[in-house]
Design a protein around this ligand. Structure first.
Ligand SMILES: *Cc1c(COP(=O)(O)O)cnc(C)c1O
Length: 480
């Protein structure tokens, strides 16, 4: 592709993106294709000769787009926000144009220094303690794995990387029953063994019970285990519960346990001073991760990982083959030593574009509005006799179910599952479910970049209509 053709296609694609964002509400939010349908439309073998880019774009529209679920639609209320935004998209174009590998300072000094500066900005924006240093990772899963491995190294006197894990089967990790699956995956990968992840009971609001945590640690010590790491969650995946950092941190400090805070979803709310109650006790944390690629309008991937003691992180991951030795080593950050992959994308650029484009106040007002919308929806649900709020709503996620009077739990589960599928099949909104106290509940996240009160109210009307019509159908069948 020569430069004229690149320019022509590039303009067309920017035009495509602008139109896509303008018309996004017209697409069915959840893709309707069946398994295998897209594969069938794709040739089994690659073309031997060159094809025109126009044909590529035509196929993108005709084959690919129908198989896309529209995460950037303001009617997307499922899973979690994976927000993008125009400044993020534009900066990402520049990142891919530069195609720089940002593993060492020397391989692009601007990338390393902008990353250092952006992590400083994020630290101040979220009110994390002075002295925390950060690095951008691809995902919270990777950051949590890095935390587990660093905790493991620290407790074994930095021997396990070299000698293998002699303490295998004895090192323990503590989490709540609501912890994200990435911790269990990490426990396996980091050599702890998944069975050595201890799941501690939660309180009524689904946050970890600190007394139960301490009992679990003491029981393990008595049985000869070595408590190594605890993961507290700021915004659990199911109900966005917030673990109390201060009592958890005090227990960890007392027993020499590494405290990692998984704030993948919820951490963005720390931009709001009124939400800083969540980080009370953060001074006890050894590491902290949150995802600008979830709720902070920065397209995937961009996960902000902070550590209290960067030297331990670097000591855990640094490996220095001859070809990576540089004259600037020790004076600057070589981020390949701050995580698992060697190759790294220039991810700080989109973060810079987003923060400058919205400003801290702009970001705050969007996040504040998302939380307001969740609380508004929770209020509507509570005021409706046929619906039931199933968990507190501290952040952007509402768990609820339809429960007509005198309907049993089993039947209510089945009905809510039907409602969920019927709603998603309309293409008008997309929401997912979770289990709360073993019951099937609908889960609605009000944190997409462009969601407004109108979208939430329309969704609520649709949910009520759908619930009513399905439950009257059910009753008609009963009468038959
Ligand atoms: C989304 C999420 C993760 C995983 O994040 P990735 O960046 O996709 O790895 C981990 N923990 C919590 C609490 C999450 O919400």
């Amino acid at each position: 592709m020569d430069s004229n053709e690149f320019r022509r296609q590039g303009h067309a694609i920017v035009e495509w993106i602008a139109r896509y964002y303008e018309n996004i509400e017209q697409y069915p939010v959840k893709s309707r294709v069946r398994p295998g349908e897209i594969m069938k439309a794709l040739p089994e073998l690659p073309p031997s000769g060159s094809e025109s880019f126009d044909r590529f774009l035509k196929d993108f529209d005709e084959i690919i787009l129908p198989g896309i679920t529209h995460w950037q639609s303001p009617d997307f209320f499922a899973y979690f926000p994976a927000n993008s935004s125009p400044p993020s998209v534009l900066a990402e174009m520049l990142t891919s144009a530069l195609g720089a590998q940002c593993m060492l300072w020397e391989t692009s000094p601007s990338a390393a220094e902008l990353e250092e500066r952006m992590m400083g900005w994020l630290r101040v924006m979220t009110g994390l303690p002075d002295g925390f240093e950060g690095v951008i990772q691809d995902s919270a899963s990777s950051a949590t794995l890095a935390a587990l491995i660093t905790a493991r190294e620290k407790i074994t006197g930095f021997r396990s990387n070299r000698e293998g894990l002699r303490e295998s089967g004895r090192l323990r990790i503590y989490v709540s029953t609501q912890t994200h699956s990435s911790v269990e995956k990490g426990a396996g990968v980091a050599g702890f063994g998944r069975d050595n992840m201890v799941r501690v009971e939660v309180r009524n609001d689904f946050s970890i019970d600190p007394e139960a945590l301490e009992r679990a640690i003491e029981k393990d010590i008595a049985a000869g285990y070595i408590p190594c790491c605890a993961v507290a969650t700021m915004g659990t995946t199911g109900t966005t519960a917030v673990d109390p950092l201060r009592p958890v941190g005090e227990i960890c400090r007392k027993h020499g346990v590494w405290l990692h805070v998984d704030a993948a979803l919820g951490g963005t709310a720390l931009l709001l001073p009124e939400m800083r109650w969540m980080s009370d006790g953060i001074e006890y944390a050894d590491s902290f991760v949150f995802n600008p690629h979830k709720w902070m309008f920065t397209n995937f991937d961009c996960s902000a990982y902070f550590v209290r003691d960067a030297a331990s992180l670097i000591r855990t991951f640094e490996i220095l083959p001859e070809y990576l030795k540089t004259r600037t080593r020790g004076q600057v950050n070589d981020y390949r030593d701050w995580g698992i992959p060697l190759g790294r994308r220039f991810r700080a650029l989109k973060l810079w574009a987003v923060i400058r484009s919205y400003g801290v106040e702009g970001l705050q007002s969007m996040i504040r509005e998302h939380i307001r919308l969740a609380k508004m929806l929770a209020g509507l649900i509570e005021a409706d006799n046929d619906f039931e709020l199933m968990a507190p709503v501290p952040l952007n996620t509402v768990c609820f179910r339809y429960r007509p009077k005198d309907m049993g739990d089993e039947e209510t589960d089945r009905l809510n599952e039907k409602i969920n599928h019927a709603l998603n099949d309309t293409g008008k909104i997309y929401l997912t479910h979770t289990k709360v106290h073993g019951r099937y509940v609908l889960r609605m996240v009000t944190a997409q970049t462009n969601v407004t009160e109108r979208h939430v109210l329309q969704a609520w009307e649709l949910i009520k209509e759908c619930a009513l019509s399905l439950s009257s159908q059910d009753r008609a069948v009963d009468i038959d």
